[in-house]
Design a binder for this molecule. Structure first.
Ligand code: PHE
Length: 457
């Protein structure tokens, strides 16, 4: 393994770890995916379930993956075989490693949409973006959307191929705080529009009659996605973490930053649905993946200086998306290097091919392949469902098994205890022993049943 040959690189300290992890965590998941899921699954009740899950289960998983990564100084496949030395271990490791390879192609399709909107704002076409039919026209046009997807995918490959991820990360340390500031301004603007308060109410007041098992399934999938867990990323980041960095509190900081950005995005978007969609509000709340793209242009169109806001906003989202997709791609490439013994160029070319094939399917699913369905879903929705609702529960379950059956809870507790007193030790151990595995089984079964049409989403 590469890690045995060279000395492993490491983060400069706590801040380095938190910034890198938050950079990977904050992305389209927060800004694009969270608001549309919250809108779709009943607003406040979804957000409440999400926060409870993130603070307990999400935190447990972050601590576990980071600690195991640091203990073994290996990426997921290596970390699994470190403890198990059996075929089973490799299965667990690969499960973690394959998920990013499925996500990064469709992630790049959405990245392409963001790029398109950025370019249109630069060209001064904000008014047409705000028209109701713009988005459907755009994704309905095969060549138009494919090109932006390919550019976004190529950007990723360039950054990885030229080994300049560090540069992108440095730029994003400026972009991320700026994105947050801008999002606060836009959120304040949207919640103060006439009619927007109904949206604030929708976000913050849980309506328990809207609760169902699907609320939990959706919130759980979103939690994995948004926190970058159950896909090996945090093993890798943990392996770069110095022994004296406090795992417990840095994990909390990552959860906190990530959740705040998600809620902020919901505040930008959901109240404006109420304020700007008029009679279509109820229908637009169900818009799904297109929600961000049909709502925000209306907000910018009504703002003084909307064009500048549009340019800056989509530029920053582009960076947030890039840092995340680069981290997805980087783990995929390094797993292929370490475990499939490809060289870096080969692994990068291989991933580019995977991105083009799976990403094009997702992109064409909105136009020339719009008739195609896999278990009732379009390609993009299918890849999203496959990775978030089916594979991530299995992958997180294998991590639980690794801890419970092979490594032992003590190993994690001792690893965390190396750098600080593990204050939540009791809660951690209950959570990893009982809460997490049971919940994971329930989630997985519900996803399967809903895909088979036995229960409804
Ligand atoms: N967490 C990122 C987001 O919210 C997506 C991601 C997942 C990035 C896994 C890296 C690894 O957009």
């Amino acid at each position: 393994m590469a890690s045995e040959k060279k000395e492993r690189a490491s983060f400069s300290g706590r801040l380095g770890y938190v910034l890198a992890t938050a950079g990977s965590a904050v992305g389209l998941g927060n800004i694009w995916r969270f608001p549309y899921l919250a809108a779709k699954y009943g607003g406040g009740i979804f957000i409440l379930v999400y926060i409870i899950l993130a603070a307990t289960f999400g935190y447990t998983m972050i601590v576990t993956e980071t600690a195991l990564g640091r203990k073994t100084r290996k990426s997921p496949v290596g970390a699994f075989s470190f403890f198990t030395k059996k075929k089973m271990g490799a299965v667990g490791g690969w499960m973690n490693a394959v998920i990013p390879m499925i996500i990064v192609p469709y992630y790049s399709v959405i990245g392409g949409w963001v790029l398109r909107y950025f370019v249109e704002y630069v060209r001064g076409n904000g008014a047409s973006l705000a028209e109701d039919t713009y988005f459907s026209g755009f994704i309905g046009n095969a060549a138009g959307s494919e090109i932006f997807f390919l550019i976004f995918a190529a950007l990723n490959i360039l950054v990885i191929g030229m080994g300049v991820n560090g540069g992108v990360e440095r730029v994003s340390t400026v972009m991320m705080p700026s994105l947050i500031v801008l999002a606060v301004i836009v959120a304040v603007y949207s919640v103060t529009r006439p009619g927007a308060l109904a949206g604030v109410h929708y976000i913050f007041v849980p309506d328990f009659s809207k609760f169902s098992i699907m609320t939990v399934v959706a919130a759980m999938g979103q939690m994995f996605y948004s926190l970058s867990i159950a896909m090996g990323i945090l093993y890798t980041y943990g392996s770069y973490m110095k022994d004296d960095v406090d795992v417990e509190s840095s994990s909390y900081q990552v959860v906190l930053v990530d959740s705040c950005v998600a809620i902020l995005a919901a505040l930008m978007i959901i109240p404006s649905v109420f304020a700007f969609s008029g009679a279509d509000a109820a229908q637009n709340l169900q818009a799904g993946p297109s929600l961000l793209f049909i709502t925000l242009p209306k907000v910018f169109a009504s703002m003084a200086g909307g064009r500048i806001f549009g340019i800056l906003f989509f530029l920053m989202v582009l960076f947030a998306a890039l840092t995340s997709s680069i981290s997805l791609l980087e783990t995929s490439v390094s797993t292929l290097e370490d475990e499939a013994h490809m060289n870096r160029t080969g692994a990068t070319v291989f991933m580019f091919a995977v991105m083009i094939v799976l990403g094009s399917l997702s992109s064409f699913g909105y136009n020339i392949l719009s008739g195609a369905r896999i278990v009732g879903m379009q390609f993009l929705d299918f890849f999203d469902f496959l990775s978030n609702s089916l594979m991530m529960p299995i992958s997180a379950f294998t991590t639980c098994l690794l801890v419970l059956r092979a490594a032992g809870v003590r190993v994690v507790i001792d690893e965390v205890g190396k750098s600080s007193k593990f204050r939540m030790r009791k809660m951690y151990s209950l959570s990893i022993r009982y809460f997490a595995p049971v919940l994971l089984v329930i989630i997985f079964l519900s996803s399967v049943l809903s895909a088979l049409g036995i229960i409804s989403m």
